[in-house]
Design a binder for this molecule. Structure first.
Ligand code: HEC
Length: 123
């Protein structure tokens, strides 16, 4: 009887935990505000459409020709102005995609959002 009760408690606990995880997400997940959500998803689409992941990593996944972009936004040596310049003009190996300023805003919004979801290792 003890084991049946224990099993029951475990099953109920697991069901409650699953409900919380699936409806609220795990701790540390940040959902952008509704007004930024639109522009963030535009940026994400551009990121996929132009296959930035061929050269760049986000959360460690992607190509290795370009630098990791997860925390580029909050990186004191890179940051928004540097990223904008790179997206406007390209670099020595980073292609110039001839983005409009609206597309650059969307890509920056996406990379800024990605940055808020990361836990950078501070030096
Ligand atoms: C052909 C490979 C390649 C592709 C594709 C590419 N990049 Fe890059 N990117 C680079 C390289 C390499 C750098 C480093 C600067 C340099 O050497 O030109 C860079 C630099 C950057 C930077 C500046 C940040 C830093 O740490 O230097 C940003 C932001 C960036 N890329 C965003 C993007 C986005 C967004 C896309 C997709 C639209 C993209 N890149 C597509 C290769 C690429």
């Amino acid at each position: 009887m003890f084991y049946v009760r224990l099993l029951f408690i475990l099953v109920v606990s697991y069901a409650c935990y699953s409900f919380v995880v699936y409806t609220k997400g795990t701790a540390g997940t940040i959902t952008p505000a509704a007004e930024t959500q639109q522009v963030v998803s535009e940026g994400k689409q551009l990121y996929q459409q132009y296959n930035c992941t061929a050269c760049h990593q986000i959360y460690g996944l992607g190509g290795y020709l370009g630098p990791e972009l997860t925390t580029a936004y909050s990186d004191k040596n890179r940051g928004e102005a540097y990223m904008r310049a790179m997206l406007q003009a390209g670099g020595s190996r980073m292609p110039n995609f001839h983005f409009t300023s609206q597309q650059i805003d969307a890509l920056i919004a996406y990379l800024k959002y990605v940055d808020t979801t990361a836990t950078p290792i501070k030096d």
